[in-house]
Write a protein that binds this ligand. Sequence first.
Ligand SMILES: *[C@@H]1O[C@H](CO)[C@@H](O)[C@H](O)[C@H]1NC(C)=O
Length: 354
Amino acid sequence: MLRIMRFSGLFSVLLAIIVLSPSLQSFPPAEAIRSSHLRFPTSPHRFSFRKAPPFRNAADCAAIDIDSGVCNPSLVHVAITLDFEYLRGSIAAVNSILQHSSCPESVFFHFLVSEPDLESVVRSTFPELKFKVYYFDPEIVRTLISTSVRQALEQPLNYARNYLADLLEPCVRRVIYLDSDLIVVDDIAKLWRTRLGSKTIGAPEYCHANFTKYFTPAFWSSERFSAAAFGGRSPCYFNTGVMVMDLERWRRVGYTVAIEKWMEVQKSDRIYELGSLPPFLLVFAGDVAPIEHRWNQHGLGGDNVKGSCRDLHPGPVSLLHWSGSGKPWFRLDSRRPCPLDSLWAPYDLYGHSR
Ligand SMILES: *[C@@H]1O[C@H](CO)[C@@H](O)[C@H](O)[C@H]1NC(C)=O
């Protein structure tokens, strides 16, 4: 895969990139260099995106004072990861959000990266976008990812969502976390206004899904684990690719540590097979604020190996999510797209102007 081929030991080049890149100057270079898994493309300009169409707030949007920055209380905060493999998807996701917002200038993006040089791609594609880039050090989770999972080439950046409460500015009290393989086709402000009640996160729940299969028999047969996780709760599956998160409450309760504790358990007892999803389920399943299913029509990636295409679930659609192994940009490029991939294509900004 692309991301493996881009591994390189050219540390002097890496050092030069870190010194020159404004996005990496804000964190200690020593920290960045210590990570031996930083990857970068052979040419920084290998990724070429067209400039997104300009966007403007409607007349009735709350006035945004340019100087108040990220702490402005009328902003809608969205967090998305950026990495070379899914960059095209992340850019399309941002574009879709702007296109469907009544107040696109009121959306602030928080990008989580582990690779250098992505800030300039965002800046040139969306010249007026309000955003900040945060470096997520893969070392934070390297020792927590169990060996079996690491063999499956799991990307440490998948775990960045666990650390949003620590990474983002303290004045950011709520954030919408979105995966990079989705498009939003409704006003993100509606999702932003979700009532969380006493819950820390909100997500569409799937109570008919077989919850048992996300954990091993060893987990279910151990009272020590299963009762500790779900005692007194009726857990339902939810997808961690679309979540509304109360960061203030998260910080107060310390959920990052709770998730890390389960990852430690996994290292010694193998309680699940997947990577970043199960620890989230262990901490939150049965304790999430339900969100309408229209906000995560997931599974559209289907199974790329078998070439299967998935259809939408019945009901209205505000967000389409290509979770699963197939991604629309790969299928469109290989000229074997699934029918729904044509809904993703209009948001794609990859390539030179046509
Ligand atoms: C749920 O999954 C478990 C584990 O894979 C399986 O043993 C069980 O039969 C499934 N239950 C249903 C109702 O499909």
